[in-house]
Design a binder for this molecule. Structure first.
Ligand SMILES: *[C@@H]1O[C@H](CO)[C@@H](O)[C@H](O)[C@H]1NC(C)=O
Ligand SMILES: *[C@@H]1O[C@H](CO)[C@@H](O)[C@H](O)[C@H]1NC(C)=O
Ligand SMILES: *[C@@H]1O[C@H](CO)[C@@H](O)[C@H](O)[C@H]1NC(C)=O
Ligand SMILES: *[C@@H]1O[C@H](CO)[C@@H](O)[C@H](O)[C@H]1NC(C)=O
Ligand SMILES: *[C@@H]1O[C@H](CO)[C@@H](O)[C@H](O)[C@H]1NC(C)=O
Ligand SMILES: *[C@@H]1O[C@H](CO)[C@@H](O)[C@H](O)[C@H]1NC(C)=O
Length: 540
């Protein structure tokens, strides 16, 4: 027993040492660079998957018949223990978090890092000829490695004018993945021909290219080359019926940015109803292809793929030894976002409170509008590729930096999750910026908000909100703790690398035969086979 305990002790020490090593490595990195995240995924085998050689097959240089080393007696062990530095010194996780928080912008040892590309995504695969659904990929897998070919599909007009960079922040992360080759194209891009189909446009522009995944944010009833897994994303479902109908007819995976929308709007019977409506529409439009497709298809895989924010844009200010969390935060509290009362009743209330000076120590950060237009220049790089520093989107990045700077300079960021209680990006952005959020708690990912958000409710009066605000503002140490903890969680779960990883994972799940719903932050509903009753619809 005691030797086993000893062995466990050594393992614990080893782990502690490893972790200490990691901290030093990451803390010493001078500034944020993509290099910090890169691991070689194109190698045939990842180092961490390599099994250690078993004693019997170990290399010849190991003398197998050598006598076992003499067991050290207890005295010797005690001597050694005294000589060495105390190894048990567990590093303090809180200290390490604090340290990294103070060193921004730079990588932290707890940041989400790329995971290997699932092999299933680059294997031969086929669709069920009747339903068009992907069939589960059969093993054994062939032994080859190549980059994953990923096409981000959007409208050029959205790309160049939309203030909200949610789609493009994700692409910024995707292009840093060493195992992915990103392409970027869609309607309105130079060379796009409106008179031919989406599929023909893509095939003409990218000749001899087969995409593994096409990820799209626009809702046209258009079919992508059917050799790709078609994933589309939707977010703002304020008019349920329209949103239900906006599902593309040919999607394999539907990724919703907010979990609640899945269970409110896309339950099986609702999906069937929508499909019937779309079939009717296709029939009326004389679109027999779409009609047949819809008639035979099964339900796509629904996935909760929450938002992300870029941590090289949203980060806390660097602090020197004497500075405290609140020192660079010159605004005690700021209200962020649109204050349109129909959709954001709490923000509207807070804005009125600020104007009437009932809510004090708070200001409003002015909303720039949803679209920002400038005159464009012809892109100087090959159309179809993505350039993170495209000069045609510089005006949008400038706006985003200004907004990020405001969050960096604010102690408490006030907003709400809208009437539909969704985890909009302001939560991600504020968490990464070290700004403590005062808002209602969205109806999703609740664990991530726990203890690190100042919880408000829609029914609260403005005086009550002000009392809460003043109470928190008076306790800087508590605020600093909340900010650091929220930052720590966001860097683990809410970076845009996380979001790219979930996109890849959802396609991999589909090709592994998953059906139904996937909630990466909580719950999945799929084939549940009740022994004495009807099973759920995904068991076939
Ligand atoms: C895969 O291919 C590599 C290089 O061709 C080879 O070294 C390796 O043994 C192969 N692995 C398997 C499982 O076949
Ligand atoms: C990456 O994609 C582009 C098209 O966007 C293609 O021309 C290029 O050959 C691809 N590179 C690799 C390594 O697959
Ligand atoms: C820390 O930063 C503050 C604000 O920039 C500055 O006033 C102070 O002198 C700095 N202290 C040290 C020790 O560098
Ligand atoms: C907060 O507001 C009160 C009342 O207006 C004022 O006395 C105080 O100086 C303000 N504090 C800060 C940090 O602005
Ligand atoms: C775009 O160019 C036109 C014509 O040169 C000019 O009148 C307009 O002010 C420009 N708009 C912006 C936003 O720069
Ligand atoms: C199973 O489903 C069918 C069709 O909806 C229904 O008629 C039947 O009563 C169900 N059986 C049980 C045991 O619930």
């Amino acid at each position: 027993m005691s030797s086993r305990r000893k062995a466990l002790g050594y393992i614990a020490i080893g782990v502690a040492l490893l972790q200490l090593g990691m901290i030093t490595v990451y803390l010493n990195m001078p500034n944020a660079s993509d290099e910090g995240y890169a691991i070689d995924l194109t190698a045939t085998e990842y180092q961490y998957f390599t099994p250690s050689p078993s004693p019997a097959t170990a290399s010849d240089s190991v003398p197998i018949l050598a006598p076992p080393p003499p067991k050290p007696n207890k005295e010797e062990i005690d001597k050694k223990k005294k000589k060495k530095k105390p190894l048990h010194s567990q590093y303090d996780l809180d200290e390490a978090k604090e340290e990294c928080f103070r060193q921004q912008p730079s990588p932290c040892f707890f940041d989400f890092k790329w995971r290997p590309i699932p092999q299933v995504l680059i294997q031969e695969r086929k669709r069920n000829p009747k339903t068009n659904q992907w069939l589960p990929v059969k093993r054994p897998y062939s032994n080859h490695t190549r980059k994953l070919q990923l096409l981000y599909h959007c409208h050029y007009g959205h790309y160049t004018t939309s203030m909200d960079r949610f789609f493009y922040d994700e692409i910024d992360a995707a292009v840093t993945h060493p195992g992915i080759n990103v392409s970027f194209y869609g309607p309105g891009f130079p060379g796009w021909d409106k008179s031919i189909s989406t599929s023909d446009n893509i095939n003409t522009h990218f000749q001899n290219m087969h995409f593994d995944i096409i990820y799209s944010m626009d809702h046209w009833q258009s079919q992508f080359p059917s050799t790709a897994v078609a994933v589309s994303t939707i977010g703002d479902c304020h008019t349920p019926h329209d949103c239900q109908k906006s599902i593309q007819s040919y999607d394999d995976v539907v990724a919703l940015r907010y979990a609640g929308e899945i269970i409110d709007l896309f339950r099986p019977e609702q999906w069937e109803e929508t499909t019937e409506l779309k079939m009717e529409e296709a029939w009326q439009n004389n679109n027999i292809h779409e009609f047949d497709y819809l008639q035979n298809r099964e339900m796509p895989l629904f996935v909760h793929n929450p938002d992300c924010a870029p941590e090289d844009v949203f980060y806390p200010s660097k602090l020197n030894e004497t500075q405290k969390w609140h020192h660079p935060r010159i605004y005690p509290a700021q209200l962020f976002g649109s204050t349109w009362g129909e959709l954001y009743p709490l923000r509207d209330k807070m804005r009125n409170g600020i104007n009437k000076k009932i809510l004090f120590n708070a200001t409003e950060f002015s909303h720039p509008g949803y679209n920002i237009f400038v005159n464009f220049t012809k892109p100087k790089y090959p159309v179809g590729q993505y350039r993170p520093k495209d000069s045609n989107t510089a005006h949008l990045r400038a706006q985003q930096s200004m907004y990020a700077k405001a969050m960096r300079e604010t102690q408490i960021c006030m907003f709400d999750s809208s009437r539909v209680r969704k985890a909009i990006r302001k939560y991600h952005e504020a968490f990464l910026s070290g700004c403590v959020v005062a808002a209602d708690i969205p109806l999703e990912m609740e664990d991530i908000f726990r203890d690190v958000t100042i919880p408000l409710r829609f029914d609260m009066g403005i005086e009550e909100i002000n009392d809460i605000l003043q109470e928190y503002l008076a306790d800087k140490e508590r605020l600093a703790w909340m900010a650091r903890e929220a930052f720590y969680r966001a860097r683990q779960h809410w970076t845009c690398r996380n979001k790219v990883d979930r996109l890849i994972e959802s396609a991999a799940r589909l090709l592994n035969g998953d059906k139904g719903y996937w909630f990466p932050f909580g719950f999945s509903a799929g084939c549940r086979d009740y022994p004495w009753g009807n099973n759920t619809m995904w068991c076939q």
